[in-house]
Every structure is written in C-alpha cells, then in structure tokens.
Design a protein around this ligand. Structure first.
Ligand code: SAM
Length: 228
C-alpha cells in the first residue's frame, strides 16, 4: 500500500521498497558506497554537467519548484539548483539521502524508487535526473518519461543524462560493490522521450573523464510538446 511521504509542500506517494532484485542491488550498493561515491565523483572532470545545467537554468523561471530524481548526496548540481529553486530530491538509497540532508537543509528529500514514486500532476517547473537512469531497468524508461511529463507544469523542462551504450540488464563490480546497469543508445532514448510526448530542445552526446577513463553520456533537455 502506498503511503504519503513526510513532505511539506507536495504530497509524494512513496511506494513500498522494491522487491525487484535489480533495484535492491542499486539500493544496497549505493548505501554501501555513499561516501566513496562522493569522493570518486569529485575526481571526475565533467564540464558537460555544468554546461547542461546552465542551459536548463536559462529555460527555467527564476524561482519555482524543481524535482531531482536520483539526487544522491546532492552535489554539485542539486545544491546549485537549490540556490534559486525549491528542490525535491528522490533517491532509492537512504545513505545518499543522509548525506544530501547535510548539503540541502531546505530540500524535501524522499526515499523512493523514482519509477514508482508519485507526485500530483503539474507539481514542478523543472525535473532533473543526473546519471541515475543508467541504473534503471531499461524497459521502465518510457514509463518514467511519461510520469515526468505529467509532473511538469505547462512550459516546464526536463534535463537528463542517459547511458549511450545499448545494454540489457547487467550486473558488474563497480566502486567495490555489485551494481546494476542498463540502457539504450541515443536513438532509442530520443524515440522514447518523443513517444512520452516531449519535444527535444538540446540533444548532445558528451564525454566526461572519470579516474578510470573517458565515458560518454547522452544529454537531453526536453519540454512537453504543446498539444495541437
Ligand atoms: C551515479 S549516482 C548520481 C547521483 C547524483 N544525481 C549526481 O549527479 O551525482 C546515481 C544515483 O541514483 C540513485 N538511483 C538509482 N536508481 C534509482 C531509482 N530507481 N530510484 C531512485 N534513485 C535511484 C542512486 O541511489 C544514486 O544516488
């Protein structure tokens, strides 16, 4: 049975913990590596992230509500969003949210699976999801895009970074834990976003430099297409 999350401005419906072993792998993995992930992420050279966030901020109103899916510990993008927006963060890992609470004292933080959390329609001016959807079983991506389209207010914007590799569910050792990865390539990412009713405004494959080497992500900024 879904329960309303302890939440101030908006009532998020938090679903029970997932029984999907792929989600459990992500949750337990991120709980265990919370501090390690923060240190590792700080060592990444990722100019694309800041540039894409700039492009989103140009499109958003000066204030308003932003939802960050898979917010993790909240740095650096969520903290920047919180400088001018009311931020709601969702993450499947309690440990990540514990770290986020230190950096985002004003934010509403919801412990939930982003694929099953519920918000009222038209709750947000912007929705972001940085580097989290590569952990989602890829067959759930289209439904998540449709949910995001419903949560956005008219004229709202969605920013996300998606996996570039076409990979069905895989479990790999990553940062010392077993982690789940899944994704489509850019063609299918675009197709799913359009099928969910979005118009794509920014569409770039961007490299970033991790300590282990260079990887690419598919960045998209999109808005619900106006109805004819
Ligand atoms: C690579 S980290 C990115 C964290 C942060 N967005 C950033 O940019 O640094 C991925 C985050 O997504 C969260 N996550 C993965 N799958 C999720 C799901 N199904 N629901 C909610 N959070 C999820 C993880 O717990 C983790 O905090």
């Amino acid at each position: 049975m879904a329960e309303p999350a302890a939440h101030g401005r908006l009532t998020a419906m938090r679903q029970p913990a997932s029984s999907d072993p792929r989600k459990q792998l992500v949750e337990s993995g991120y709980d265990r590596i919370a501090e390690r992930y923060l240190a590792w992420a700080a060592a990444i050279d990722d100019p694309g992230r800041a540039r894409m966030l700039d492009l989103l901020l140009e499109r958003l109103p000066r204030s308003g509500d932003v939802l960050d899916l898979g917010c993790g510990a909240g740095v650096p993008s969520t903290v920047r969003l919180a400088e001018r927006h009311r931020v709601t963060g969702v993450d499947i890992s309690q440990e990540q949210l514990r770290l986020a609470r230190e950096r985002l004292p004003e934010a509403e933080l919801v412990h939930a699976d982003l694929a099953s959390v519920e918000f009222p329609d038209a709750s947000f001016d912007g929705v972001t999801c940085f580097y989290a959807l590569g952990h989602l079983p890829r067959e759930q991506l289209g439904a998540v895009f449709r949910s995001v389209g419903g949560w956005l207010r008219p004229g709202g914007w969605f920013l996300t970074s998606l996996a570039c590799g076409d990979q069905a569910d895989a479990s790999d050792e990553w940062l010392g834990v077993e982690m789940h990865f899944s994704g489509y390539g850019p063609d299918r990412n675009r197709e799913l976003l359009r099928e969910a009713g979005f118009r794509i405004d920014v569409d770039e494959v961007v490299p970033l430099h991790e300590p282990e080497g260079t990887v690419t992500f598919h960045w998209l900024i999109a808005t619900p297409a106006a109805e004819d």
